[in-house]
Each structure stands twice: as C-alpha cells, then as structure tokens.
Ligand binder design. Sequence first.
Ligand SMILES: [Zn+2]
Length: 75
Amino acid sequence: MDRMNKERKAEEIVSQKRVKKEIETDKRVHFSVQGDTENHLVIFDKAKNAWSCDCRYFSLQSKECSHIFAAKMLK
Ligand SMILES: [Zn+2]
C-alpha cells in the first residue's frame, strides 16, 4: 500500500464517518475506526506525539496506516 492509496482510503473513511473520537484524556486520545473487515483502535499519545493502531499493517510495518491518517484528518 503506498502513501497515496492510504490517503485516499483515509479520506473515504472520514467521508463515510467511519472514524470517531472516543475518549480524550490528558495523555491520550482514543479513536475508533471501522475498517474494511474489522474495527480498529487508534491512539494518539500526546506526551510522545506518537500515533499507533492495533491493525496488522501497523504492527508489521510500524508505518502509519490509513486508520491513523483518518484519525489525523478528524483531529
Ligand atoms: Zn491501522
């Protein structure tokens, strides 16, 4: 998946309202994202200024996935 594809996918997720901000604390922001096949949890760590997602792509590649891109657009 290249960067353009991820951005296009993220725009689709946002326009279809499949991303939601769930909880915001002093340290973190939690988002839920409805993916193509399953739902994902995206977390923004404010202290580290770092994003993470529980999907396979992110855990294998450690690169920002379309779910993170979508959460960023919402934020
Ligand atoms: Zn993801």
